[in-house]
Structures are given as C-alpha cells and as structure tokens.
Ligand binder design. Sequence first.
Ligand code: ZN
Length: 347
Amino acid sequence: MFPTAFPTAIAGSLPKPAWLAETQKLWPQWKAQGAELIEAKGDATLLWVKTQEDLGLDVIGDGEQARQHFVHGFLEQVAGIDFENKVTMGIRNNRYDAQVPQVVGPLRLKGRVHALEARMARAHTKRTLKFTLPGPMTIVDTVADRFYGGGREGKIKMAFAFAELLNQEALALQADGVDIIQFDEPAFNVYMEDAADWGVQALERAAQGLTCKTAVHICYGYGIAANMDWKNTLGHEWRQYEKVFPALAKSSIQQVSLECFHSHVPMDLMALLAGKEVMVGVIDVASDVVETPEEVADTIGRALQFVPKMKLIACTNCGMAPMNRDIALRKLEALAQGAALARQRYA
Ligand code: ZN
C-alpha cells in the first residue's frame, strides 16, 4: 500500500487556526457564520492538507477543521436530535461533564455530513487520504437519550441506529475518493466489556460494505485536564486494550490506532492485533514537549518487537485539536523525521 516502511499519519484532528475558531478548546466557538464560515472551513482544510504534505506525511487527513467537535460535528447533520436544548451529562463513565444534545426522535441523516472537507482534501492531495468519523459507541456516550428508553437495551439500539447513519456517510466518503475511513472509539477504553460484547459489532455495522481500508482509533483521550487526572488513576500498567483487542483482531476492521509513547500501555498488547495494520502512537498529544526524531525512532523500534515491519504506521497518540498550533506543527515535523530515521535504522 505504501512506498515506504513506517508511513506516517495523524490520528485525526489538528488545531484550528485562530481566524477559524477559538484556539486550544475542545468545543471552540466559530469565528464566522453562514457562507463565510463554510469558506473558512474549506480554507483551513486546504491549509492543513498542504502543511501535512510539506512535512512529508504519507497519510493525509482533513484535520477535522470543519467540525466543532469530533462527535457533535456528525450529530449536527442528524435529524431526531435536539441541539437547541443541550443538557449536562457526565461522559466517559463520568470522567467529565459535557454539554450534550438530546436524541428525541427517529434518527436519520439530513444530508451529507462531511462532503465539503472530504472533497476539498481529495482535490488537493494525491497521497493516501484518511477520513475520521466517531464510532457508534462513542457517539452514544456523548449524547443524551430521550427516545430509546435508556438502559443497556436502549443504548445498544441507539448505537446500531447511529451505526447505520455512519455507514451511509462512510459509503459516501468512499465515493468521494477517501482511501481510509477511521472510526474513533475512545469509549472502547472505558467500557471494555461492552466494547467486546457489542461495540465492535456496531463498529462493523458502520463499516459494512466499505471496500476502502477501515480503521479504528482507541485512545486515552485528548490532553485535557480531566483526562490527565483520569490517567493518574489507571495505575502502573494500562491494560484496557487487552480486553478489546482480541475482539478487534477477529473483526473485519483492518487498521487499529493506539496510544503508545508516554503512556503506560504495555507494548506487548500490540501482539494481540495479529494480522492488523497498527498505527502506533509515537507522538504524545498531552504534552507540549516536542519529541526528538530519535525518540520517535526508538518508539518505532520497540513496537517492532510486536508489530511486523510492513504493518507499522507511525502516528500521533490522539488528535491534536486542543493543542497550540506551533507545537503541533513541530510535533508533526518530529513524526516525519523520526519515521525517516527509523527507516534508516530498521528498514
Ligand atoms: Zn483519541
């Protein structure tokens, strides 16, 4: 698929320029409205496509410039959701409170969700194009249910309803020319039993019929304070992946993006993903300290004990949306340089 070993990719989101939205926020306010905002979103997408190419990244993304938040950006185009009356809800097992919209009726797409930025990115790069969507389980953890009856049953029903809508948009993105469709499922690391029990199945429903590559990103969240506090409670070894990876290994999803550098994830857990391409997180998005190319290459070298050379993609641990733009740039530079160094060392 790739001309080189250790191709480089971003997990998904990139910082929004200050002229597009508030900076360093997870739910930033847009700086423009209407047609002007649509134009600005397209401009920012183009800017990041060009920047990623210039830095030498192999898999290009839209940087999620056209969505306010990785989950709510999708929900805004879903009928049956009340965005006017948001409620406060503890999300990710009450790790932090978020203002979330409410599901109040049958769910259906109002139209295309991400056509603008997908087509903008496709028109401006010939490299492999990856596009991200939230996964069904993470969506149902980021929206309030006033329609499906709540409880475990309601949650599962709602997740599969969202999976159908995600599938519609994913098929349309594939038709737009996207090469890899990635579903973001940070909730898999919070509800591990549910993830193995029905989350992976819902994910496969969302990916049904896709002939492009499919991927899932599972992480410990953005570098925000609530996540840092949570990570401090997880102990010396983070073994969440151990419960989810076996179910994923059996699934039809082809790539798995995981958190690695600076995390307490035991590296040998990657061996549970036999047969999959693994996007190894070699850049810590929760720290402003920029990695050196040597550190990046070292992480790749350690991961090579558990992931075959031709299945290892060097990636960021998670999205960079809430980061300082300049630091994010320098980290992406380190990612590209580190992967190049790893090619010299190990390829
Ligand atoms: Zn993430």
